[in-house]
Design a protein around this ligand. Structure first.
Ligand code: GSH
Length: 228
């Protein structure tokens, strides 16, 4: 059975949604990143980058959420448009999430919630970049149900994994500045597969306290024993 290395965080959520939409049987293996499981040699053999998600799918070991989504879409023949022009569009928007919306969201969350002072410049920069990315996504979703094509695809799954955490960046305003994103986000959240993907968080026993141990494991270069 497919092994899914998981922690209740944005990038694994994309893969959880894909696995649930596929109805593919899988075994969840919790990687407790606040306890440092991602640094263990056994996990580094699966993902040398020491991050979740990763999967072992038969003979294939795949790490990085975008690589996993592409692998599952290609091997299962679903959720990636086949028409070459639509597929090109899908790859463009998939990379917009993989190299823009996703990493900028991660950095925005880091600087808003975890970085020490002084951090005004970083909070401003990443806050404005998040706004720019979500405005672009909002324009794209104007008059459309899906980011690409006429059906849900891995592009929607990839963006949705991060969009679920948007309130963590925007606070009480939540999705209000991005009405099309709001409509699209909630439409996916209502799907049974999305509900099951979100419920996965409650099935794993992982550390929830962001204490000194968690900070050292998540940010070893600034908070760990080797920090300068
Ligand atoms: N580009 C990677 C990023 C993976 C990533 O940053 N995962 C986070 C959770 S969302 C993680 O493992 N954090 C723990 C750590 O960095 O030690 C992907 O898309 O899978």
């Amino acid at each position: 059975m497919l092994k899914f290395y998981y922690h209740p965080t944005p990038n694994p959520l994309k893969v959880a949604l894909m696995l649930e939409e596929l109805g593919a049987p899988y075994e969840v293996i919790a990687v407790d990143t606040l306890k440092g499981d991602q640094h263990a040699a056994a996990f580094r053999a699966i993902n040398p980058n020491g991050k979740v998600p990763a999967i072992v799918d038969g003979v294939a070991t795949v790490f990085d959420s975008t690589a996993i989504l592409l692998h599952l879409a290609e091997t299962r023949g679903r959720f990636l448009p086949k028409d070459s022009a639509v597929r090109a569009d899908a790859l463009s928007w998939l990379m917009f999430v993989a190299s823009g919306l996703g990493p900028f969201s991660g950095q925005a969350i880091h600087f808003m919630h975890w970085a020490p002072e002084p951090k005004d410049y970083a909070v401003t920069r990443y806050g404005k970049e998040i706004d720019r990315h979500y405005r672009l996504l909002d324009e794209r979703l104007s008059g459309r149900d899906w980011i690409v094509g006429s059906e849900m695809s891995i592009v929607d799954m990839s963006a949705w994994g991060w969009a679920h955490y948007l309130p963590y960046i925007t606070g009480e305003a939540k999705y209000d500045a991005y009405p099309n994103v709001k409509r699209w986000y909630h439409a996916i959240a209502e799907r049974p597969a999305a509900k099951r993907a979100l419920a996965l968080a409650d099935t794993v026993t992982v550390k929830r306290d962001f204490d000194a141990e968690a900070m050292a494991n998540l940010f070893p270069h600034t908070h760990g024993a080797a920090a300068a």
